[in-house]
Design a protein around this ligand. Structure first.
Ligand code: ZN
Length: 191
């Protein structure tokens, strides 16, 4: 069973190249993205909403035209191995998740998913074999409709020059940029 247009081995190599290594979360994620895409009507222009920052966003970026940079990949961090693909205009789509009740035949996937084993106890090769064999049997799909706030074109509005730092910023942020308002997790060193 392919992952997108790739064989399992091809996708594994892609994941290695893009993500640094073929993490189980990307391989499972590849299965999830494939299942969700197959459930959408042919030709749907879709966006993605991913509920974890780990691994799954990279599977979406490898297999769909949705990326963080083009604004079609949305991250809502529930810490859950779940993803939705939805029609960009109607907001209707499908949500799929790793379903614990379907993991019975796949003990190594279950152990990884539920963090039942330490990294040292995990059998990485067996885990990959299970993911390869499992196809999409561990996934449950349900219909969903995304919140209106995810639909339509979003503009960041007019631009202004910050009176403190001289850089440009979205005027809607206030009379100075967010960095100069102190809302940033870093400090700038003197030039
Ligand atoms: Zn500034």
């Amino acid at each position: 069973m392919n992952i997108g247009h790739y064989t399992f081995a091809e996708f594994r190599r892609l994941a290695e190249k893009f993500h640094g290594f073929a993490a189980p979360g990307i391989l499972l994620g590849g299965r999830m993205v494939t299942a969700a895409m197959a459930a959408l009507p042919e030709g749907t222009l879709f966006e993605a909403l991913v509920e974890t920052r780990s691994c799954l966003p990279d599977a979406v970026q490898l297999l769909t035209p949705c990326s963080v940079g083009n604004g079609r990949l949305h991250l809502v961090n529930h810490g859950k191995m779940a993803l939705s693909l939805f029609d960009k205009y109607s907001g209707r789509g499908v949500r799929c998740f790793v379903d614990p009740s379907r993991l019975g035949p796949w003990p190594e996937i279950r152990a990884w998913f539920m963090k039942e084993k330490s990294k040292e106890q995990q059998d990485g090769a067996l885990l990959e074999q299970e993911i390869e064999k499992a196809g999409n049997s561990f996934i449950t799909l349900v219909g969903m409709i995304v919140d209106n706030s995810f639909l339509g074109k979003k503009s960041s509005g007019p631009v202004a020059l910050c009176p403190c730092c001289g850089e440009s910023y979205p005027r809607g942020h206030g009379d100075k940029c967010l960095l100069c308002q102190g809302e940033t997790p870093f400090v700038m060193l003197p030039r």
